[in-house]
Ligand binder design. Structure first.
Ligand SMILES: *[C@@H]1O[C@H](CO)[C@@H](O)[C@H](O)[C@H]1NC(C)=O
Ligand SMILES: *[C@@H]1O[C@H](CO)[C@@H](O)[C@H](O)[C@H]1NC(C)=O
Ligand SMILES: *[C@@H]1O[C@H](CO)[C@@H](O)[C@H](O)[C@H]1NC(C)=O
Ligand SMILES: *[C@@H]1O[C@H](CO)[C@@H](O)[C@H](O)[C@H]1NC(C)=O
Ligand SMILES: *[C@@H]1O[C@H](CO)[C@@H](O)[C@H](O)[C@H]1NC(C)=O
Ligand SMILES: *[C@@H]1O[C@H](CO)[C@@H](O)[C@H](O)[C@H]1NC(C)=O
Length: 682
């Protein structure tokens, strides 16, 4: 590479004379610099009031607590003088004691100085943030007013400024991803390098942009990412070619600058894509050579030479580094994240058998780790299972845009080299069935009623979103306990939504040519006749609810005694319901209070309404949500459930059906137990 040889030559010549200039600046103790503050005028406290003394003790307590964990949030004082507060140290601060003593300790100066008497104050220092308020902004996660500032130095010429702004936005977007998924703290630093460089109004050429983003560490990845996106969305209105800037809020903030302003090496190194070939000939890689020489002659050869060499060194190093990093690629829209095949091969150890989480109807699922430590689940679609790359791509782009707390997130796709790979977030607690039906009783006990209700409620919300709220109406078709994944806080997240559509492009409520689903969860009109509607999912949801309440699989047989007819879960619950002893179906491992028993009864009632034979009688998911918020006494009485299948080969009951070889009244299952154990490592 030309740049590299030029660099090498210049380095040899100039290093000799420059070595004394290249000493890194001594590690000066971080000093807190006041960046900006907000005295949210309007509500005041009187001098020497209880509120003031509460503010004083709050600030002391925040600093003390943050000295241990770099973050603290809490309240001090009784109503009406309660003060809520938050303190955050910068993510590259490794010593909380330093942050507390040199930064947080300064907050009272502003609180009782420039903002004396004001009840709601935010102070942004270079290395820490403090806010207090008489409003509980901790509960509402209110960011307050967003503060922005922009450097005076800007990129010259309009065309370049726009291109530069776009680069900065995509750069901080990548940093935001990085921060959101950093497992130790919601923090990321990075550098973006542009080979071409951008000439600026101060006669410099900017090659490197350094960035820093941070969220408070109490936020979940998605929450943090959303917070930062809110700030990123503000950027176009604020910046116009500015080579540095800040968008500051309490729960998250972002900064960028040409010089390195954070401690440690950048976590993320990106090479700015060559978006367009330069339109005018005066921009060549490395800048305007003639211009450089002129500057060198007029200003100082040594200083410019040093800058040039440093730029070269970092450029070459970073260029090398960045090639091995996981690359973000722009595609049709911001929601599409394309992964490189080599990245995913590396992440999953070339799809090693020991990383395999399971094999489902659409293909195998592997656990993987991206270079920056994020765990992912990679679904490798069977090569034969889907045709039409373009169709698949469009479908996935739609699915990727669905964002809801109760849906697993599709992080990206890779459709290259004959591979069709879907990358999902990896969820630590696997799926509901791994608890509900665990062989280990203690593990089953972990699913207390509160958690079960939380799972039912969250699943209902996720399903409602698929049915009603998202732009594309999605019928899941394969809702079941193993498709409800659980994050580390036991929040339920529906997985595999949207995939069934790939197999069948028919619109809802029509007769489908392919049945995709799992026996026992499938509504009879769908399993037998292929009639598909949102009520198909409602049926599956009802089965799931009854499983969660009873702790029994829908394939379990009840009434083992020889005289009794064996019954299914649905008929068993229905019989108890008729006898007025529905609560006896509750999982014996649950030890519930009366209030919880009432909730359980509500769920049984709801479950039975969902599995009624006639789809029109079943509630919609919106009805279900309303019912979950309401009283059971107002529910309609359920009619007899549909009992979908007669007993056959037990072993086939768990299997997913996916195929068109269906004959009237009969479902032929293929042995692929779609995603039944997808998220269980072997
Ligand atoms: C507040 O207290 C200080 C010290 O106790 C005192 O000097 C000052 O006069 C008091 N201010 C008011 C308004 O009471
Ligand atoms: C600081 O930590 C203590 C002990 O964990 C807690 O009681 C207190 O509420 C915290 N204070 C603030 C302001 O967060
Ligand atoms: C932080 O720095 C102080 C002195 O500045 C030192 O006494 C303390 O041990 C440091 N703490 C950690 C965790 O490094
Ligand atoms: C409050 O607002 C007024 C004008 O609206 C301003 O003059 C004053 O300085 C503000 N006070 C503080 C403490 O910011
Ligand atoms: C590049 O150098 C030429 C020759 O000195 C000069 O005329 C031109 O303005 C320079 N272009 C830029 C963008 O600096
Ligand atoms: C996460 O952030 C910490 C700083 O808080 C940093 O030391 C660490 O390298 C980051 N992890 C990754 C994977 O970037």
């Amino acid at each position: 590479m030309e740049i590299r040889s030029v660099c090498t030559a210049s380095i040899i010549v100039l290093l000799l004379s420059l070595s004394s200039f290249l000493k890194p600046s001594a590690g000066a103790a971080p000093s807190a610099q006041l960046v900006t503050w907000m005295c949210n005028n309007g509500t005041f406290y009187a001098p020497n009031s209880t509120y003031q003394s509460n503010v004083r003790s709050l600030l002391a307590s925040l600093a003390a607590n943050a000295s241990r964990s770099l973050f603290s949030a809490g309240a001090v004082g009784a109503s009406p003088d309660t003060v809520w507060g938050l303190a955050l140290c910068r993510g590259d601060d490794t010593n909380g004691t330093d942050c507390a003593s040199s930064c947080l300790a300064l907050a009272p100066d502003v609180a009782f100085g420039r903002c004396m008497g004001v009840k709601d104050v935010t102070v942004f220092y270079d290395r820490c943030i403090v806010r207090f308020s008489f409003r509980d902004f901790l509960a509402s996660r209110d960011n307050g007013q967003v503060q922005t500032s922009a450097s005076q130095d800007t990129v010259t010429r309009d065309g370049d400024a726009r291109r530069f702004d776009a680069l900065v936005v995509s750069f901080v977007g990548a940093l935001a991803d990085w921060a959101a998924f950093n497992t130790t703290s919601r923090f990321a630093t990075g550098v973006m390098v542009s080979d071409q460089g951008f000439p600026t109004t101060s006669n410099d050429v900017v090659h490197n942009i350094n960035g820093l983003v941070q969220c408070t560490p109490d936020q979940a990845p998605a929450q943090c990412r959303e917070c930062l996106q809110g700030l990123i969305d503000d950027m176009p209105a604020v910046f116009n070619g500015n080579v540095g800037g800040k968008v500051l809020a309490v729960w998250c903030y972002l900064r960028f600058k040409t010089s390195e302003f954070f401690d440690g090496t950048p976590m993320l190194k990106l090479v700015a894509p060559q978006l367009q070939p330069p339109t005018s000939t005066d921009i060549t890689p490395g800048g305007n050579g003639t211009g450089w020489r002129q500057h060198a002659a007029t200003v100082s050869a040594i200083i410019l030479g040093a800058a040039f060499i440093l730029a070269c060194i970092s450029m070459v190093l970073i260029w090398r580094n960045a090639r091995t990093q996981f690359a973000y690629q722009e595609d049709d829209g911001p929601a599409s994240l394309l992964f490189d095949l080599p990245t995913l091969r590396h992440a999953t150890d070339n799809f090693a058998e020991e990383n395999k989480l399971g094999h489902g109807g659409f293909g195998a699922v592997y656990k993987g780790v991206l270079p920056h430590g994020q765990q992912i689940a990679v679904k490798r679609l069977d090569k034969a299972s889907v045709q039409g790359l373009k169709e698949l791509r469009n479908e996935l782009l739609l699915v990727a845009k669905l964002r809801h707390n109760n849906l697993t997130k599709l992080l990206g796709v890779c459709l290259k080299g004959g591979e069709k790979l879907l990358v999902y977030e990896y969820l630590a607690n696997r799926s509901v069935d791994t608890f509900l039906f665990a062989p280990d009783i203690e593990k089953r006990r972990l699913l207390r009623w509160e958690t079960r209700y939380h799972v039912i409620y969250g699943t209902a919300r996720g399903l409602l979103y698929l049915h009603e709220d998202s732009q594309i109406k999605i019928i899941h078709r394969d809702l079941k306990a193993s498709n409800i994944l659980l994050d580390s806080h036991m929040n339920p997240k529906i997985s595999d939504f949207g995939l069934a559509r790939l197999f069948d492009r028919d619109r809802p409520s029509t007769i489908t040519s392919q049945v995709v689903g799992t026996l026992g969860y499938m509504a009879p009109e769908y399993a037998v006749l292929g009639h598909l509607s949102v009520k198909t999912d409602v049926y599956s949801f009802g089965v799931l609810v009854l499983e969660i309440v009873t702790g029994r699989k829908n394939t379990d047989l009840f009434g083992e005694s020889a005289v009794e007819e064996p019954s299914t879960l649905l008929s068993y619950v229905w019989d108890q319901w008729l006898k007025g002893t529905a609560l006896e179906t509750m999982d014996p491992l649950l030890d519930c209070e009366v209030a919880e028993e009432n909730e359980a009864l509500k769920c049984i009632h709801l479950g039975l309404l969902c599995v009624q034979e006639n789809p029109a009688d079943r509630p919609t998911m919106l009805d279900v949500l309303v019912m979950l918020h309401g009283h059971e006494s107002s529910f309609e009485a359920p009619s007899k459930p549909a009992f979908t299948y007669a007993y056959g080969d037990q072993s086939s009951l768990d299997d997913t059906v996916s195929g068109s070889d269906r004959r009237a009244g009969e479902v032929v299952s293929s042995v692929n137990g779609m995603s039944v154990s997808e998220f269980q490592p072997r």
